[in-house]
Design a protein around this ligand. Structure first.
Ligand code: C2E
Ligand code: CA
Ligand code: CA
Ligand code: CA
Length: 279
């Protein structure tokens, strides 16, 4: 039994070494990913529930690793946050998304809003307002066509600094929304004071619909509250037609999910715009 324990310890430590090594390698790789052009964006359509027209897209980053293939943001965004690389990566995402939204506007002849995810580290960066301003200026995208998605965690962190940054961003005229709503530590009091325009109901609440009566109650309550505060509501993770019908019944404004469109390269979005409808 003793030697067995020893072997286990050895096995464990060698796999731990592997994990640490691959973590270090990933970090080294991520440092070069930007300059080597290995990052790219996919765009997922956001549909107006009532008209089924595409009104916006969310930009979602991917990493095409030379050896490991395509790496999901759930794997490398936390690493980017830990290392601070999220600041230059986030700026690249912002600029690329703004430029793309301008290209569609020319093609589609109607405005399409582009949503960009902002991590807490970016939100705390004192240059954020300047970075956003120069991305808009350099690409020519009107501010109201840029949406910044923040999480509850980001907003609740430091109330005073948060207010100042939010006011600056609002001053520019960008559209602010709260991502993954309902999963963090939301405070209704703050919700009233934050000048955001929309709430995105987290997909964990949508996924059980229509069967899950508790999630249905939560979804309806979020929509009612948001509308009471004059906020728009986006449902995330809509995977079935049944869910879409239910969300329409609840008066949900926008929907996003595999049922309406996967995260897609820009050409596919351009096609959807050309067709005048999604799905
Ligand atoms: P998120 O912002 O909540 O983005 C939604 C995620 O749900 C995306 O995963 C999307 O592909 C996925 N999704 C969309 N529709 C459905 C559906 O119908 N069912 C299910 N099960 N999933 C759906 P993705 O692209 O892997 O991104 C994961 C997370 O990585 C994002 O979650 C966001 O937090 C982060 N992320 C992605 N791109 C960026 C970025 O450019 N900057 C930052 N800071 N974070 C990013
Ligand atoms: Ca998001
Ligand atoms: Ca989300
Ligand atoms: Ca999320």
């Amino acid at each position: 039994a003793k030697s067995c324990g020893k072997n286990n310890a050895k096995l464990y430590s060698s796999s731990l070494t592997m994990q640490i090594m691959s973590h270090v390698q990933l970090e080294v790789g991520l440092r070069k990913a930007l300059q080597n052009d290995e990052l790219y964006l996919l765009y997922q359509p956001q549909i107006a529930v009532a008209s089924t027209r595409i009104v916006g897209v969310e930009a979602l980053v991917r990493w095409r690793h030379p050896e490991r293939g395509i790496i999901s943001p759930t794997e490398f965004i936390p690493l980017a946050e830990e290392t601070g690389l999220i600041v230059p990566i986030g700026e690249w995402v912002l600029r690329t998304a703004c430029r793309q939204a301008m290209d569609w506007q020319v093609l589609g002849q109607r405005p399409l809003r582009v949503a960009v995810n902002l991590s807490a580290k970016q939100f705390k960066d004192e240059n954020l307002t300047q970075i956003v301003l120069s991305a808009l200026h350099d690409t020519g995208l009107p501010a109201h066509l840029l949406e910044l998605e923040l999480t509850e965690g980001t907003l609740m962190d430091d109330a005073r600094a948060t207010m100042v940054t939010l006011e600056q961003l609002r001053g520019i005229g960008v559209y602010l929304s709260i991502d993954d709503f309902g999963t963090g530590y939301s405070s209704m009091n703050y919700l009233k004071r934050f000048n955001v325009r929309a709430l995105k109901i987290d997909k964990s609440f949508i996924s059980g619909l229509p069967q899950d009566s508790e999630n249905a109650a939560i979804t309806r309550a979020i929509i009612a509250m948001a509308h009471g505060l004059k906020l728009a509501v986006v449902a995330e993770g809509v995977e079935t037609g049944e869910q879409l019908v239910l969300l329409e019944e609840y008066g949900c404004d926008l929907a996003q999910g595999y049922h309406l469109g996967r995260p897609s390269p820009p050409e596919i979005i351009a096609q959807m715009l050309g067709d005048g409808a999604a799905a």
